[in-house]
Design a protein around this ligand. Structure first.
Ligand code: CMC
Length: 433
């Protein structure tokens, strides 16, 4: 393949025929070959399992450089946003491609307050889930059900995106906290408009009629940071699920519900829960790191070191770095001594010095340390991935919006290479062996 400077065209020779393919370049230098006409012109498709090397869309929302370990939302460095913004400011930024001024932020905040309740009938849903139902399954069901209670949000969600987004962002927080309260058999605590987005969530989770919860600013700040770090990450598995369902014309709720289900998987957002289970297992095994390292290297063992590795990052995940730094601070403020933190640090040290992991560029990712902070905040392990979903929601909505507004969007429908049986003669039931 060669590239001509003038026309930015790649030449591809197939079966002796020369095919010209346009080259595309993103604003930060991402390079791609536009193969959209390839099948029609040659009869060839491309084979790329897991879409490791396929750009499914162009996007203006998030940029990440996996070699340098940098991440930007709408052109702003994640470090600046995590340090200096409110989560709701970042949500606004993702949706509007601009940081809100004071007025815009206030009106967004007012909408979030206005929509914080969920329809009382929906509360009965919680009574019908079995006591140990995973919170992620409850979350996806409840978000999908919002369509039935607020159909006007589906009619034209793009018409007033602030209303649509703030309704979802506000209600998902209430749903998440209610599901936790139901799971432990405690009375529901309703949202309070005098609290911030994060403070409100913490109060709904931990306040009880017998023991008032004191919303500590340090705890609010830690949660705020975590949600910002999770807010978007370009075309990851759950975001692609959201876009995929939306590309068929699916409504916003069903698309987000699909994203929640995709996020639940242990290779994706479910990794934060899996990390804690892994660290606990190492702890119970008298810190036998060697055993787990050996399991992770064993090709015949499906075990992987949760919280290590990433499809795009070939170096430290910048979000992981910020979380690791925040860990010490929040554990000190809360006076929490978590033995898992030391195990995590030791494991990281071992991995970063082990040829198997070094040669595969396996570094700690966002999920490696986030669980330790969530534990310190009192959030139960089975809610960790729900926390990830709360953070990722503005990104999913922004990506869904972008997909819907992009005239180039087509229904997501990958090809396949069929490797099954050639056509064969049908055998009636009585004649089959
Ligand atoms: N432990 C042990 N080996 C690993 C790990 C790991 N965590 N991750 C990758 N590898 C090995 C893998 O076995 C393969 O080795 P080989 O080349 O010898 O076959 C090589 O590294 C490349 O792995 P891959 O599966 O081809 O890479 P991928 O890009 O398809 O997968 C990943 C990325 C994140 C799914 C994977 O690294 C993984 O399973 N990590 C553990 C789960 C995890 O922490 N997920 C959270 C990701 S970050 C947040 C998010 O997206 O939600």
């Amino acid at each position: 393949m060669s590239e001509t400077n003038q026309s930015r065209i790649a030449e591809l020779f197939i079966d002796g025929k020369k095919i010209l393919l346009p080259l595309i370049e993103g604003t930060e230098g991402d390079k791609a070959i536009d193969i959209r006409g390839l099948l029609r012109n040659t009869g060839y498709t491309v084979f790329d399992t897991g879409y490791k090397n396929s750009a499914s869309c162009s996007s203006t929302i998030t940029y990440l450089d996996g070699d340098k370990g940098v991440l930007f939302y709408r052109g702003y460095a994640i470090e600046d946003l995590a340090e200096r913004c409110l989560f709701i400011e970042v949500a606004y930024l993702l949706l509007h491609n601009k940081l809100p001024n004071r007025e815009e932020l206030e009106s967004f905040r007012t909408l979030l307050e206005q929509f914080a309740l969920i329809h009382e009938d929906m509360i009965h849903f919680f009574d019908r889930f079995p006591p140990n139902a995973p919170p992620m399954s409850i979350l996806s069901v409840m978000v999908n059900s919002l369509h039935n209670y607020y159909p006007e949000m589906s009619a034209d969600p793009l018409e007033n995106i602030d209303q649509t987004a703030s309704r979802l962002i506000s209600k998902i927080r209430t749903i998440a906290a209610f599901s936790y309260k139901k799971s432990i058999g405690h009375p529901l605590i309703y949202p309070r408009n005098d609290l911030s987005y994060c403070g409100n969530f913490l109060n709904m989770m931990f306040n009880t009629p017998v023991r008032p919860y004191i919303v500590l600013p340090e705890v609010v700040a830690a949660l705020n940071k975590l949600l910002i770090l999770h807010a978007d990450h370009e075309q990851n598995c759950s975001t692609s699920a959201v876009r995929l369902v939306g590309s068929a014309g699916g409504n916003l709720y069903s698309s987000i519900s699909a994203g929640i289900n995709a996020l639940w998987g242990p290779l994706h957002g479910g990794a934060n829960e899996a990390v804690i289970q892994m660290l606990e297992a190492i702890h119970k095994d008298n810190n036998d790191y060697k055993k787990y390292i050996a399991k992770a290297k064993d090709k015949n063992d499906p075990f992987r070191l949760s919280g290590f590795g990433h499809r795009i990052y070939r170096t430290f995940d910048p979000r992981g770095k910020i979380i690791k730094d925040a860990c010490d601070g929040i554990l000190t403020v809360l006076n929490v001594k978590d033995p898992l933190l030391e195990i995590a640090r030791n494991l990281e040290e071992i991995v970063l010095n082990d040829e198997f992991f070094v040669s595969r560029n396996l570094y700690p990712n966002i999920d490696f340390y986030s669980g330790i902070i969530y534990r310190a905040l009192g959030i139960p392990t089975n809610m960790f991935t729900v926390m990830f979903a709360l953070g990722r929601l503005p990104g999913w909505i922004a990506q869904w919006k972008e997909m819907r507004e992009d005239p180039q969007t087509k229904i997501y429908r990958p090809r396949q290479i069929y490797t099954g049986s050639p056509p064969r003669q049908f055998v009636p039931l009585g004649e089959r062996h």
